[in-house]
Design a protein around this ligand. Structure first.
Ligand code: NAD
Length: 316
């Protein structure tokens, strides 16, 4: 598995990253043995980057990921573990007091002494000035304490990144995690990459399958996409299936093609999914993407290109 530098952190992360939200049962139940097998297979195939949050499954994802990593008995310095703070089952709280307590709780659930990355989770749900003036300074203290090595911010709207990064002292944010903005149906993250590079910010892109839209099973019931996007993605998946091909493989490969993105976080809940997604990456390196299929799927998705959905509060 190819490793790429993550901004200026010195971390080298696998291009396919393991998104652990499915381990919190957010896409359906995952028996513990299945979860352990998925994480074991990921490690065996060279995946070294794992992402979770106290929000996923109301802390279940963190606890299950911690259990799976312990069960795999992997040396701590061989993996890069990211979790988040500020978003919980109970709601949002980006106060200094809450995020400081949050990392301690996460470390207990994960069974770790430190996380490699601590993200502020979905910052568009609070006043962004709170993130700049209160949350990031609190996270700097956590970084100094050694409980988190690097700091990140996540969220859906892309303008949150420039707002915050333009206002915090240089070096206080190391990475961003953007989701659903670099896949076949939505490539809007591309425009932000030169800016992020100029600031030395590492780029994590999540949800290459658009949170299930670009799969044969389709999205979960809670998926926030507008109906026309759901229908277009279903048509694209049907088209691939009729040709005996896989929309998921094509979508994974598409997301992996941009070197400005260090790692593509895909949610996985079984060893089979891990194998398929790693195989997609290996095949891409060896023989490139299926250009003909890509053109056909892009044509189907053209009417909904970059169509997204609202997320967060109205900023002042
Ligand atoms: P995704 O696009 O990765 O899709 C995940 C869905 O696709 C799951 O249902 C999974 O079981 C299925 N899947 C995966 N591989 C498959 C395969 N080979 N064949 C068929 N189905 C397959 O969406 P996601 O899980 O939401 O995103 C990935 C990860 O990124 C998350 O787990 C999370 O760690 C992170 N993330 C973070 C944020 C944030 O911070 N705000 C938002 C979204 C995602």
């Amino acid at each position: 598995m190819e490793l790429r530098e993550l901004g200026l952190t010195g971390l080298r992360v696998s291009t396919v990253g393991f998104g652990a939200s499915p381990l919190g049962h957010v896409f359906g139940d995952v028996p513990r043995d299945t979860a352990r097998a998925a994480v074991r297979r990921a490690l065996d195939l060279g995946i070294n980057f794992f992402d979770t949050s106290p929000y996923y499954g109301g802390t279940v994802s963190e606890s299950v990921l911690g259990d799976c990593l312990r069960h795999a008995a992997v040396p701590r310095d061989r993996i890069v573990v990211a979790t988040k703070c500020g978003r919980y089952k109970e709601g949002f709280d980006f106060s200094a007091e809450r995020v400081t307590r949050s990392v301690d709780e996460s470390l207990v659930r994960l069974g770790l002494d430190y996380v490699d990355i601590l993200h502020c989770h979905d910052i568009e749900f609070t006043n962004l000035d709170q993130i700049v003036n209160e949350t990031i300074p609190a996270l700097q203290k956590i970084k100094k304490s050694g409980k988190a090595r690097f700091i990140g911010i996540t969220g859906l709207p892309l303008n949150i990144y420039t707002y915050v990064l333009d206002r915090v002292p240089p070096g206080s944010i190391d990475v961003i995690l953007s989701y659903c903005h670099f896949g076949i149906n939505d490539t809007s993250l591309i425009d932000l990459l030169p800016y992020l590079k100029s600031k030395g910010i590492g780029v994590i892109s999540a949800s290459p399958l658009a949170m299930g839209l670009l799969t044969d099973n389709g999205p979960p019931e809670w998926h926030p996409a507008p109906e026309e996007l759901k229908l277009a993605c279903r048509a694209a998946a049907d088209h691939c299936r009729k040709k005996g091909k896989s929309i998921t493989k094509l979508a994974m490969q598409y997301s992996l093609m941009n070197n400005g993105i260090s790692t593509v976080l895909v949610g996985m809940n079984s060893a089979d999914q891990v194998e398929e997604n790693v195989a997609a990456a290996t095949e891409l390196s060896a023989s490139g993407i299926d250009e003909e299929l890509l053109r056909e799927v892009e044509a189907i998705l053209a009417p909904v290109k970059n169509l997204t959905w609202p997320s967060g509060i109205q900023q002042a």
